[in-house]
Design a protein around this ligand. Structure first.
Ligand code: HEM
Length: 147
């Protein structure tokens, strides 16, 4: 329906420039919660948040995140087909010390990136459409924390 059109339409351009948009998103996330930076063990050697954000390992993670979003956007019609993948992804994040509560801030950072990148095209219905998709992804990942 309308949600899917809004998401696909907005991702069309953003998805072509994954790294810069992902960097905006994670810069925002570390502003909201700087302690999350320490969960990336390879960042212990960087001097500043800015240095961390441009390290190759970190940019790899940014790319991975954007590819998951890309997968969700291309599977909007059958998001449940990503269930097992997302559950396992959640498990891996539990293992590296991520807390499910942090996903609310990741969501906020995603919306912040969309707002920065889309300008006028960032509307209330578009925001809600992305929130709806994001909450499905997060719910699936969060199952990775359950016993
Ligand atoms: C792997 C941290 C959010 C997707 C990892 C790793 C860390 C990490 C430390 C392992 C090292 C690495 O691959 O760089 C975090 C933190 C997050 C976060 C602190 C925010 C609270 C996300 C989100 C997604 C995601 C929202 C996608 C929706 C991935 C993927 C991997 C990964 C695909 C690779 C998993 C594998 O090795 O199979 N993450 N992550 N991450 N993360 Fe995240």
């Amino acid at each position: 329906g309308k949600d899917k059109e809004l998401i696909r339409g907005s991702w069309e351009s953003l998805g072509k420039n994954k790294i810069p948009h992902g960097v905006i998103m994670f810069s925002r996330l570390f502003e909201l919660d700087p302690t999350l930076l320490t969960l990336f063990h390879y960042t212990t050697s960087c001097g500043s948040t800015q240095d961390c954000l441009s390290s190759p390992e970190f940019l790899d993670h940014v790319t991975k995140v954007m590819l998951v979003i890309d997968a969700a956007v291309s599977h909007l019609d059958d998001l449940h087909s990503l269930e097992d993948f997302l559950l396992n992804l959640g498990r891996k994040h539990q293992a590296v010390g991520v807390n499910t509560q942090s996903f609310a801030m990741v969501g906020e950072s995603l919306l912040y990136m969309l707002q920065c990148s889309l300008g006028q095209a960032y509307t209330a219905p578009l925001r809600q459409a992305w929130l709806n998709m994001y909450s499905i992804v997060v719910a699936a990942m969060s199952r990775g924390w359950a016993k």
